[in-house]
Design a protein around this ligand. Structure first.
Ligand SMILES: Nc1ncnc2c1ncn2[C@@H]1O[C@H](COP(=O)(O)OP(=O)(O)OP(=O)(O)O)[C@@H](O)[C@H]1O
Length: 659
């Protein structure tokens, strides 16, 4: 085994990593550990300041940088599986609007032709008009019904697909993304942003299409009825279009702000409720309430601005509409009086003008829904454009078979240099070999880099990539294979990490153990629990192995949770097990039970234990003492204890504390 240090800088990593479609990795910016790209991430030689959390960090903003056109591409990809249904919906709404707009044209025909014919005892035209009028009303209703059903099918399909994509993508993104983006913002994307898209698709889109089509049809019909009146109506659109454009510009900003404000208070809400114990223990309620109140007021203010914009739009559009109708009807009346226009045409034109301007008010509302959905879609597209910083291998290599006589797998750190995206260099240069089957305890002061070492073995992070020609940031090898070349399933089978939290998922105790190997039988699950020493407490639970851990969560102590996590790891039977030992104050019997279980779970594999209790160190073959990202002592525990180094001092202090 060797350990060495070097003063060479961590070479610029995470630079200009482009995801497919030009999507920048990690939120579009080289904010990486030692990242040197556009300056936002300013890497430092020696890792002395890989930025990322500074003012340039895109993760400080709610909306991640979205590649140009990403929302449109996303929408297209959501709709393309339902292309035919979308076309059917478009045809249905086109026909429906055509039938609706036939009414006033029939009125004009009735007044100018059918009624005079009726007076001359020819009843046919008037009866025909009445039948066509009723028929078109009926047809319009049927078409409307068909459109609503078809469009509901499309919108439900889009939302189903989108929620699934957000969830899958969220799970696939690497740990460093989640550390910076926060789960609250992800929840906001999957809930309030998807909800505003739902509002547009299920409520607004039909109306929006209806208004646009009716404006189109009515303009054509007015031009057909009387060229002059039609041209005057079309001319009146110019100020309306200007008004709509300015409204759209302003409300786009307001809706983006609103979605950010919503996400901010969801983040605060989830953070507070997730951390309810420290919140209550440290009496944070008032401070949290004040902060939540502030975020709530920001949200209210943004909503108020949105309403004000809407009010301005409504007043402006009504003024233009009323003025246009009055002017056009007065001009038409003058032409009727002077014999230049038929009365029926004026009556039909007046009806069409009402239909033309009536929905313009509502158009503002639909545009609101559209803006809100567009802002949300952009944020979702920004999220979906993120690429995992720990990408799946394109041509994965298999791990060598684990031979029966050789327990565990060999782990090698080959010149690894590492810094988190949001901090200084943690491992300056790291060379280390862990022999197959060795149990290695890692000790050291807080912040020394012990967990970082473990997380690199579990490939939660990769050594930062470097541009061609620059010295590499090293590799982590498992039985000689670079972790980056292993497929994710192979890696997860090969290396398992048990963290301090010993997280339990919703489901039964048996389900939680079976996570280690989903195809395990009940018998195998129970055998693993027995080997770990968890069986007795599990059968004492109200429903034994079938006890729901969420409902009974309070009854499962921290030590018992650890035992379940160990049983899970034992069942998974990985070649390498990493154990971030719980520091939590387990009671003495609990600690002993965990200690015994640890012996069992570590046997027969390579094990890395981040040891917080020196009693644990005694079961290790080898102890590594870390300080500032380097290994400063390395050897069997007995040898280090007998020596004069840090570990000997630490051990002595621990023994003294036991007396
Ligand atoms: N996700 C992260 N982002 C940025 N910096 C981090 C992150 N995790 C750890 N660090 C920093 O890296 C350094 C090493 O942390 P690490 O967690 O590896 O230390 P440790 O030896 O395991 O400490 P402890 O015993 O307290 O868990 C510390 O300076 C820490 O602040």
């Amino acid at each position: 085994m060797t350990t060495s240090a070097s003063s060479k800088p961590v070479a610029s990593g995470h630079q200009s990593d482009e995801g497919p479609g030009g999507a920048p990795e990690h939120g579009g910016g080289p904010v990486g550990a030692g990242g040197a790209g556009d300056g936002a991430g300013s890497p430092g030689p020696g890792g002395s300041g890989p930025g990322g959390s500074g003012p340039g960090d895109p993760f400080d903003r709610d909306d991640l940088p979205t590649p140009k056109g990403a929302s449109r591409t996303l929408l297209r990809s959501l709709l393309s599986p339902m292309r035919r249904t979308v076309w059917l919906a478009a045809v249905l709404i086109l026909l429906q609007q055509a039938t609706v707009q036939a009414g006033p044209l029939l009125v004009a025909y009735a007044i100018d032709s059918a009624v005079p014919a009726f007076r001359s005892n020819d009843h046919g035209p008037l009866i025909a008009v009445a039948v066509v009028y009723l028929g078109s009303a009926l047809l319009s209703g049927l078409l409307q019904y068909a459109f609503v059903r078809v469009s509901a099918y499309v919108s439900q399909g889009v939302l189903l697909d989108l929620r699934g994509r957000i969830f899958r993508h969220g799970q696939a993104l690497s740990v460093d993304f989640h550390e910076r983006y926060t789960s609250g913002r992800l929840i906001a994307r999957a809930t309030s942003d998807v909800e505003s898209l739902r509002e547009l698709l299920t409520e607004g889109l039909e109306e929006l299409l209806g208004v646009c089509l009716s404006v189109f049809y009515i303009s054509l019909l007015l031009l057909y009825l009387d060229w002059g009146l039609g041209a005057a109506a079309v001319a009146s659109f110019a100020p309306l279009v200007l008004l709509i454009r300015s409204f759209q510009r302003r409300s786009k900003r307001v809706y983006s702000e609103r979605s950010t404000a919503t996400a901010a208070f969801i983040v605060k809400f989830t953070e507070t409720m997730n951390g309810i114990r420290p919140v209550q223990a440290f009496r944070r309620e008032r401070t949290n309430e004040a902060e939540f109140g502030r975020l709530n007021r920001v949200h209210e203010r943004v909503n108020g601005t949105a309403m004000l914009e809407m009010a301005r739009y409504v007043v402006g559009s009504r003024f233009i509409a009323n003025f246009a109708v009055a002017a056009i009807v007065m001009w038409g009346a003058y032409r009727v009086a002077s014999g230049g226009l038929e009365l029926g045409v004026l009556a039909a034109a007046a009806l069409y003008l009402r239909r033309l301007y009536d929905p313009i008010d509502r158009l503002g509302m639909f545009l609101n829904a559209y803006q809100s959905a567009a802002a949300s879609l952009e944020k979702i597209a920004g999220l979906l454009a993120q690429r995992p910083s720990v990408p799946e291998a394109t041509h994965p290599k298999p791990l060598p078979e684990r031979s029966a006589g050789r327990p565990g797998r060999e782990v090698v750190f080959d010149g690894v240099r590492f810094a988190y995206r949001t901090g200084g260099e943690v491992l300056p240069r790291f060379d280390l070999t862990l022999r197959a089957g060795q149990t290695v305890a890692v000790v050291g002061a807080t912040g020394a880099g012990k967990s970082t070492l473990a997380k690199l073995v579990a490939r939660f992070y990769d050594p930062p990539p470097v541009p061609d020609g620059e010295p590499s940031n090293g590799r982590v090898l498992l039985d000689g294979v670079d972790l980056r070349e292993l497929s994710t399933p192979e890696l997860r089978r090969g290396v398992v990490m048990v963290t301090q939290e010993a997280f339990l998922f919703s489901g039964t105790v048996a389900d939680n153990i079976a996570i280690g190997r989903p195809d395990a039988t009940r018998d195998e699950i129970e055998r693993a629990a027995k080997a770990i020493g968890a069986h007795d407490f599990i059968v004492a639970l109200p429903d034994g192995y079938d006890t729901d851990v969420r409902k009974r969560g309070g009854r499962i102590s921290a030590g018992q949770r650890q035992l379940v996590a160990f049983a899970r790891a034992l069942l998974a039977d990985p070649g390498v097990l990493i154990l971030d030992e719980a520091t939590s104050s387990l009671d003495i019997p609990g600690e002993r039970a965990v200690q015994r279980a640890m012996d069992t779970v570590l046997r027969g594999r390579t094990a890395v234990v981040i040891a917080h209790r020196l009693s644990t160190v005694e079961i290790a073959d080898r102890v590594l003492v870390m300080a500032a990202g380097r290994i400063v002592e390395d050897g069997p525990p007995a040898q280090l204890i007998a020596g004069q180094g840090r570990f000997a001092d630490l051990h002595q202090a621990w023994r003294d504390s036991l007396v």
